[in-house]
Design a binder for this molecule. Structure first.
Ligand SMILES: [Zn+2]
Length: 389
């Protein structure tokens, strides 16, 4: 039997391996700093600051606990996970360590550009000021970028400052984001329970940022439907939507397969509004029922500006590579699809246009071109091997 080289159809030439997915340049726009700690770091930091509330003190068991609590379908248990991570992120050293490891872990996973968000107001319990929190996290990201470089990886990390929807500090945090915009902070976000806390509650913060020509994204259309997305865009003026999965409610598919977009879905697509989609997280919170049913499949087909993100790497036991592995396995995505999502994300980043363009042309496209050329060499090797038989 001679070795058979693949011909036609969907072949391994198209389907990236797990190893190629990891090496492919990736861009991450939606990831929470307090949702991405290494389990071992949570254990170390708890010991250092005398926090005794952890449900497990063995790093492996704690990692499993986080995933199970997030999987449980119970909002209380889900929120409890963040109470633990925030509890151990109350000093400059702790914040710096978490931020540095975040940048390091992402770079190791092939992420070349990331915008990482956190709520400064959740890190004041031990007496830090908002400014000290921002500066400690910035120091950590720079340290992580340096360590990644020393390990042969290149990554650039920007911070998004988040205000909590249920609190009343949005304007103060927006002003903070604006003060640090040329110093490591690239934009603003609001997060927290959607129901009962519409984004219009924080209109003053968004209006301030618009007057300052600054950028912001809003968690909308995750737990709550179209009204939340509509408010985020048409009342608040969001540049991007955190999740936005419920936009699917404004898309009708007829029995013959024809698709009709409602006014809001049309607006989102026409205006190229970026959707920060987080498939694994959506399955845990019930915003989607399975990878196959996740709206990202249809939205990609319809050419919405969809992007792939992790949300909370610790709680979802995920990474950018794992998210893409799920999508490749479910929808048969190729390296071309991965590149499409990655370019979408880079176009939607909050750094200046010329820098986005340079990342696309000098880092992302060459990275994918190299991966896409690999099959040529694999085939040469297997052909010459079979010729020798
Ligand atoms: Zn989120």
């Amino acid at each position: 039997m001679t070795s058979q080289t693949s011909t036609g159809g969907h072949t391994d030439r198209d389907t990236p391996s797990a190893e190629q997915i990891r090496r492919a340049p990736k861009v991450l726009l939606h990831d929470h700093l307090d949702g991405g700690l290494r389990p071992g770091t949570v254990v170390d930091l708890a010991r250092e600051c005398g926090y005794e509330g952890l449900p497990e003190t063995d790093a492996d068991k704690l990692g499993i606990w986080f995933r199970e609590a997030a999987d449980s379908g119970s909002l209380e248990r889900y929120l409890e996970t963040f109470a633990h991570t925030c509890a151990v992120m109350q000093t400059k050293d702790a914040l710096k360590r978490v931020a540095a490891e975040c940048a390091e872990d992402l770079a190791e996973d092939g992420v070349v550009y990331a915008e990482i968000r956190y709520a400064p107001e959740q890190h004041l319990e031990a007496g830090l000021t908002l400014e000290e929190v921002v500066e400690a996290v910035n120091d950590g990201f720079r340290e992580g970028e340096r360590r990644a470089k020393a390990n042969g990886h290149r990554i650039r990390v920007g911070a998004l400052l988040t205000a909590m929807r249920h609190a009343a500090r949005a304007l103060e945090i927006a002003e903070l984001a604006n003060r640090y915009r040329d110093h490591g902070v690239v934009g603003f976000d609001i997060a927290g329970a959607e129901a009962g806390f519409p984004p219009t509650r924080h209109l003053d913060a968004f209006e301030f940022l618009k007057r300052e020509n600054n950028h912001f994204t809003i968690h909308a259309g995750e737990a709550f439907g179209l009204p939340s997305i509509w408010q985020a865009l048409q009342w608040c003026g969001a540049d991007r939507l955190g999740h936005g999965v419920r936009i699917i409610d404004d898309i009708e598919i007829a029995e013959d397969g024809s698709v009709t977009l409602g006014r809001l879905a049309s607006y989102v697509r026409d205006k190229r509004i970026p959707l920060e989609m987080c498939p694994s997280s959506n399955l845990q919170t019930g915003a989607a029922t399975s990878y196959a049913e996740h709206p990202i499949g249809l939205l990609r087909k319809l050419h919405f500006r969809a992007t792939v993100n992790t949300d909370n790497r610790l709680m979802s036991g995920t990474s950018m590579s794992r998210e893409f592995e799920h999508l490749v396995g479910t929808f048969g995505y190729t390296l071309d699809d991965m590149q499409w999502f990655t370019v979408n994300a880079m176009k939607s980043a909050f750094i200046p246009f010329d820098e986005r363009l340079a990342m696309i042309n000098d880092v992302i496209k060459p990275g994918y071109a190299e991966l896409k050329s690999e099959w040529l060499f694999r085939q040469t090797v297997s052909t010459s091997a079979s010729a020798g038989n």
